[in-house]
Design a protein around this ligand. Sequence first.
Ligand code: IMP
Length: 191
Amino acid sequence: MPSLIFATNNEHKLKEIQNLIHGGYKIIGLRELGLDEDIPETAESLEGNALLKARYIRDRYKLDCFADDTGLEVDALGGSPGVHSARYAGEDGNSGKNIDKLLDELKGKEDRNAQFRTVIALLLGDDEILFTGKVRGRILEKRRGNDGFGYDPVFLPEGCEQTFAEMPLKEKNKISHRARAMKKLVKFLEA
Ligand code: IMP
């Protein structure tokens, strides 16, 4: 069975893709590869960061691999926080502070439309292929729910009554930006 490196240390993401891929490829995370350092994410776009991470692994290990990057893009903020979503409230910030800053920036704004967008960069031999997954929704004025992570408590996906932090993970994984991008990757690999 061919192996494919997923340039992540996030066990949840590894499990998510392993559940989607039904064999065919052995997916290996960075921990299994013995790499414990943070790969630089210095690009100014999600595409750029996904490519940076994947190329870092390919250049170092000469192995086929893929990497992902995600951002929350808010219409009224011109697509911010976008590629800066993880550190929106600063280097020593956290999800709580990020949400506080987001709600502050949106105070008094009528347009609360937003989307999560994930880009996956797949490097197979010399080929570089990008896959995108999006979920549109709205930023609420107050947090709802205790599950999930990041901006989940204030993100209400279109057509849903529960925020990402209120819905069971199984439900979120059916419609999420990351699941949609991963499904495109899996379809490509299985074709
Ligand atoms: P990453 O590229 O998956 O590490 O995501 C970057 C940042 O986007 C995270 O630190 C979170 O702030 C935010 N984010 C990504 N995915 C989600 C999600 O599914 N729910 C809420 N926030 C997310």
